[in-house]
Design a protein around this ligand. Structure first.
Ligand code: UT7
Length: 348
């Protein structure tokens, strides 16, 4: 039985995974023209996790997905959707491999390329699939290994990004249920494509053979313009998502912003009129984990009790493209795994 709002996506499980290797600011300052003080004060980051050679996005994605399925108490979903900008290969998509590693060969599986907004785009996509009636459960994963695409010599990007994965199981349900996702606001502006881009390796500038500039194969970012646009677009999108949900700022318990930079999250929260205690954050110890940022933050906040059943959460993201998105969510009563430790374990 559904309400007048129709079938809604309901969160029924969450999980996350982090590579074990901790990279401190001091480690980066040993070979980059930067300091621990600069990184902390300008970004809020003290350390991040980076994969070691041999570990790829699918490894993190499968580990997070497995934990989300266990939390949901199911090993059966109808689709695996992976938001990532760092697929294991340019072709094919990484989601089918992740599905197979989870024992889900045969289900629909595809990647979403909306960079740091990818998880919110994935929420909207999964919600539509569930509302259409052809899918009853979707595993949505956000996973990225930006350490594999940042130029180790570029202090603008190398200090910001970390690797990780987060996942949710979404099932078809009712708007009145705890865990129900609200309406999603999504947007993009291709005029801002050069805010964050890997110039080479795609169809326009194909490979190292035809590219003189090695840097073109790394992620390049116009940090300052990205910063300004992130603050503006995330605030506007969050405002629209609130309006569509029929919420006001006073209805929000927790703000879950994409962890691009601690100063961006604070500026967005201030613009929205939220109080200092409302934004959740994990950037200090994981950095900007791109598409993994929001589900990883949700998983950690759920595990350590910062996010409680019934909390009304506002979620917002901005990423390269440019893309942005926001939605609302009432946090469900999920089993806590009791141990807010999502380190990748052997065999995952
Ligand atoms: O996830 C979505 C995509 N990413 C983002 O949303 C990130 C958005 N951007 C940012 O987070 C910030 O713009 C950065 C962290 C990248 C840069 O911080 P900023 O406060 O915007 O610094 P800035 O670019 O205005 O640069 C200020 C100074 C410059 O030096 P001069 O020109 O004033 O002498 C930079 O060269 O800081 C310098 N700088 C650094 N210094 C030490 C830039 N990066 C570093 C660094 N260490 N790592």
């Amino acid at each position: 039985m559904t309400t007048a709002f129709g079938v809604r996506a309901v969160v029924s499980g969450i999980g996350a995974a982090l590579p074990r290797r901790v990279v401190t600011n001091a480690e980066l300052a040993a070979y980059l023209d930067t300091t621990d003080a600069w990184i902390r004060s300008r970004t809020g980051i003290a350390s991040r996790r980076w994969v070691t050679a041999g570990t790829a996005t699918a490894d993190l994605a499968a580990a997070a997905g497995r934990r989300a399925l266990a939390c949901a108490g199911t090993d059966a979903v109808d689709a695996v959707v992976l938001a990532t900008a760092t697929p294991d290969h340019p072709v094919p998509a990484t989601a089918p491999e992740v599905a197979t590693r989870l024992g889900l060969s045969g289900v629909a599986a595809f990647d979403i390329a909306a960079v740091c907004s990818g998880f919110v785009y994935g929420l909207a996509t999964a919600a539509g699939m569930l509302a259409g009636g052809d899918f009853r459960r979707v595993l949505l994963i956000g996973a990225d290994t930006y350490s594999t695409i940042v130029d180790p010599k570029d202090r603008t990007t190398a200090v910001i990004f970390g690797d990780g994965a987060g996942a949710v199981v979404l099932r078809a349900g009712d708007a009145a249920e705890s865990g129900a996702l609200g309406p999603c606001d999504l947007g993009s502006d291709g005029r801002l494509a050069d805010l964050g881009m890997i110039p080479a390796g795609g169809s326009r500038q194909r490979s190292a053979n035809v590219t003189a500039v090695a840097e073109d194969h790394y992620f390049q970012m116009r940090g300052n313009d990205m910063y300004r646009n992130a603050v503006q677009r995330m605030s506007e999108s969050a405002g629209r998502a609130l309006e569509r949900a029929g919420w006001t700022v006073a209805d929000v318990d927790r703000f879950v912003p994409h962890q691009a930079n601690a100063r961006i999250a604070t500026a967005v929260a201030e613009r929205l009129g939220l109080t200092a205690g409302q934004p959740l954050s994990n950037i200090e110890h994981v950095g900007n984990t791109a598409a993994a940022s929001i589900p990883l933050l949700l998983a950690q906040a759920h595990a350590d009790g910062r996010l409680r059943p019934g909390d009304r959460a506002l979620v917002a993201a901005f990423g390269s493209g440019a893309t942005w998105g926001a939605t609302t969510l009432v946090w469900p009563d999920l089993p806590a795994d009791g141990e807010p430790d999502f380190d990748l374990t052997d065999g995952e």
